[in-house]
Design a protein around this ligand. Structure first.
Ligand code: NI
Length: 409
């Protein structure tokens, strides 16, 4: 099989036929280029320039630089007064050393597109091409967002004001649990709140041989790590998903010295606001309780990350209609599990109604590899399915919003 055929593997003919030959070639070349030259959050200068060049083929009305290394391109609709819809692709990579062995593997040691954002950026450009081939009712903003992996890019794009007045926004993530040609388009939870915590226990240092003269923060930290496991198992309703992971611990530097402090840190995940608040409240209570029992002082710092993504009914129904028209009913599969990963698209959805979708990215015969690992790879075909679905969702949403706004008058 030729390289070009491999690139379209699993893409339904109806979807492949939407692109001109030149657009297909440009998108495949773009994806390979981005993959080969990954850049970390807010350092996506080369990627940004490549994306700006690729946008030219979509004849945008305007291209605005946002959030340092991001872009917002406006693709003209049929009616300049119709509501504006946005589609978003994130563009940043991860600090992971690639081990895929791909011919276009990362050329930057220790940096890799291990979450498929090279495909997300490319399908946003692909959506721009399709919307210039066949415009939506209103203008569509194509958002190329930096710094998703550190959870700061979406907020920075919103801060720029470029999305003010947008009536609906749609985004998606590759998912290798599903083959190319299948998508997840449903109402309900799609990503979890991702908060992080740091707890410092302060006691009294002492000689390691005279523990009775200390207030030992290392013992306190050990007990605290165990006690924290009781929150999810004994405070959260078992039918509601929640995660509390302790992933870092720092204390001491010499075998014969009991240190003054010990610090632990980790992440909290929940898909509803009540559970999110409960995890934080219980964490504080348990930390102060364990500290008091061992003559220590606990300093609990919880840093709020993105809120959960919960797709609302209307916007999900528009995406669903688009997916059925492109892929047929068989192309739509349930998410199946609750996704406890965070996604900073949630910040857009706090301000703008929208929906977040998942796009099958496993090539035929491929195995399931997890995102954020050195062998992760999203099949090229997912690029075309994602582009087509985002463009068609924008058209359906734009038409529905136009009807709604006419009825209002
Ligand atoms: Ni990602």
């Amino acid at each position: 099989m030729t390289d070009a055929a491999l690139d379209m593997e699993g893409v339904p003919e109806r979807v492949a036929a939407l692109f001109t030959g030149a657009q297909r070639d440009a998108l495949i070349a773009l994806r390979r280029d981005l993959h080969q030259h990954p850049e970390l959050a807010f350092a996506e200068t080369r990627s940004c320039a490549a994306l700006e060049r690729a946008l030219a083929m979509a004849n945008p009305v305007s291209v605005q630089r946002v959030a340092g290394t991001g872009l917002v391109a406006r693709i003209r609709g049929r009616d300049p007064n119709a509501p504006v819809v946005a589609v978003r692709g994130d563009i940043d990579a991860l600090p992971i050393h690639e081990a895929t062995g791909l011919p276009y593997a990362s050329q930057t040691a220790g940096v890799m597109h291990a979450c498929g954002h090279d495909v997300h950026a490319s399908w946003a450009i692909g959506a721009a091409y399709l919307l210039s081939n066949r415009p939506a009712a209103g203008d569509v903003l194509v958002v190329l967002q930096p710094a998703e992996e550190i959870g700061e890019g979406a907020a920075a794009v919103l801060q720029s004001g470029a999305l003010d007045g947008v009536a609906a926004i749609f985004g998606a993530h590759v998912d290798r649990r599903f083959p190319v040609g299948q998508v997840v388009v449903q109402a309900g939870p799609m990503a979890a709140a991702a908060d992080s915590f740091r707890i410092t226990l302060t006691g009294r240092g002492a000689h390691g041989a005279r523990p009775h003269e200390s207030a030992d923060p290392v013992l306190g930290a050990g007990l605290l790590i165990v006690a924290l496991q009781g929150i999810v198992s004994r405070r959260v309703n078992p039918s509601i998903p929640a995660v509390l992971t302790v992933s870092t611990m720092q204390a001491g530097s010499a075998p014969n010295v009991i240190p003054e402090t010990a610090t632990i840190g980790g992440t909290l995940r929940a898909v509803d606001p009540a559970t999110r608040a409960l995890l934080a409240d219980e964490m504080r209570r348990v930390a102060h309780g364990i500290a008091a029992a061992h003559d220590l002082i606990a300093d609990v710092h919880i840093e709020l990350g993105p809120p959960p993504i919960v797709n609302p009914a209307n916007q999900s129904a528009w995406a669903h209609e688009a997916a059925v028209s492109l892929l047929g009913a068989d192309g739509i599969v349930p998410l199946g599990i609750t996704n406890m990963a965070g996604e900073d698209f949630a910040y857009y959805m706090e301000r703008i109604p929208g929906a977040f979708l998942r796009i099958g990215a496993r090539e035929p015969g491929g195995v399931v590899t997890a995102a954020h690992t050195p062998r992760f790879f999203a099949a090229n075909g997912s690029l075309f399915v994602g582009a087509a679905l985002l463009a068609e969702t924008a058209r359906v949403a734009s038409a529905a919003l136009t009807t709604l706004s006419t009825e209002d008058q």
